[in-house]
Design a protein around this ligand. Structure first.
Ligand code: SF4
Ligand code: SF4
Length: 371
């Protein structure tokens, strides 16, 4: 029987072989940060992201424990969480460094040709397979507590787990005041993937908080989305507004969106720990040039067919064509660029009522700006 310390080392070696930049192990225990998560949900800071509010079955349903707030409820068999992180940073400039009024900003993580969930999951599965082989035991995919076999599950964003909390305890990085995981050497441009396992692996030391007295991210946030350091109100966050929010965006939040059309990188762009963040050499995460700082009129006038062709299998599928066009139109309104007036005039009559309403608002913004 192979020793647990050997399996731990082997898992980390497998993560490196699979292309991950960082890998650590955290105990699968409930932590104080997970109690804050329940408070965050209760305060309504998750907006319309109902999947974050998924609960254990109970009667009445609202009394069930939040699935993401307790591994001891959702995966009682889990003993360890293997957290893997991969750097997706590229050599392109930061959003705070480009100021072309005819162009918008797509978040850095969405520039590559594929959906990161698939790209990270494929690599996680390689690590899981290596552990399975080393442990000399079959992973039983659909079994729960009480099973004597080795159980493991891989998750990228969609699991019953707040990945960044375990990333901290696995020593991958600390949770910054901007709520992102930051690694001292790699910065915060990291995709996280986790493997829950019933193996009791050797845990790493939690990463110490290195934010110190810095508050750059909080000051730079254009919509004041931080209720306090380390606490984000998603309802105000541009990443939420441009990706998750369906329908019209509240008028008072539109000006703060600036040129952002999908996600927002500002609180990471200004972070000192990203000043020297290395760029990845991974072909899977290289930027497609047409997605870096794209022309706003191209996005706003994009047909369904072109949207499907350009954004097939990318993270932008989530906001759909309607959301992307709505966001591009709002960015036009924020551009102070009168060249958009003819296009906006046409868009006020768009078949999509949300795009049409956003175009009326954007046109007025430009006209007011001219006076
Ligand atoms: S992603 Fe943008 S809007 Fe959201 S908290 Fe960071 S700076 Fe603010
Ligand atoms: S900008 Fe400063 S406070 Fe914000 S996450 Fe980075 S180091 Fe922490």
């Amino acid at each position: 029987m192979i020793a647990i310390s050997e399996i731990t080392n082997l898992a980390k070696q497998a993560a490196q072989n699979a292309g991950f930049d960082l890998c650590g192990v955290a105990p699968a225990t409930d932590t104080r940060e997970l109690a804050y998560f329940a408070d965050w949900i209760a305060a309504g800071h998750a907006g319309e992201m109902k999947y974050l509010e998924a609960r254990q079955e109970a009667d009445p349903p609202e009394t069930g424990a939040l699935k993401r707030s307790s591994l001891s409820h959702t995966a009682p068999w889990a003993r360890s969480v293997i957290v893997c992180a991969i750097n997706y940073n590229t050599d392109e400039p930061y959003s705070t460094q480009v100021h072309d009024s005819s162009r918008g900003w797509i978040s850095r993580y969405a520039w590559s040709g594929g959906d990161y969930h698939d790209l990270v999951m494929r690599r996680l599965k390689l690590v899981e397979a290596a552990i399975r082989k080393a442990a000399g035991n079959e992973v039983e995919e659909n079994t729960e507590a009480g099973n004597s076999g080795l159980i493991s599950r891989c998750y990228v964003d969609t699991g019953p787990i707040v990945e960044r909390v375990y990333a901290k305890y696995a020593g991958v990085g600390w949770i910054g005041k901007n709520t992102c995981i930051i690694n001292q050497k790699k910065g915060s441009w990291l995709f996280l993937g986790v493997i829950l396992t019933s193996l009791e692996l050797h845990p790493d030391i939690p990463a110490p908080d290195r934010c110190g007295t810095c508050t750059r991210c909080i000051t730079a946030c254009p919509t004041n989305a931080f209720v306090a350091p380390y606490q984000l109100d998603a309802n105000k966050c541009i990443a939420y507004l441009t990706i998750e929010k369906r329908g019209a965006i509240a008028e008072e939040l539109r000006a703060g969106m600036g040129h952002q059309v999908f996600g927002c990188d500002i609180c990471q762009d200004v972070c000192p720990w990203n000043r020297k963040a290395p760029a990845t050499a991974e072909p899977d995460f290289q930027a497609r040039p047409e997605l870096v700082n794209p022309a706003l009129d191209w996005l706003a006038e994009m047909s369904e067919e072109e949207f499907r062709r350009v954004f097939r299998k990318t993270a932008l599928q989530r906001t759909k064509r309607s959301g992307l066009r709505r966001n591009a139109v709002i960015a036009m309104g924020n551009s102070a660029n009168p060249e958009f007036l003819p296009a906006l005039e046409k868009l006020t009559k768009d078949d999509d009522p949300v795009v049409a309403e956003s175009a009326r608002w954007a046109k007025n913004e430009l006209l007011e700006n001219e006076q």
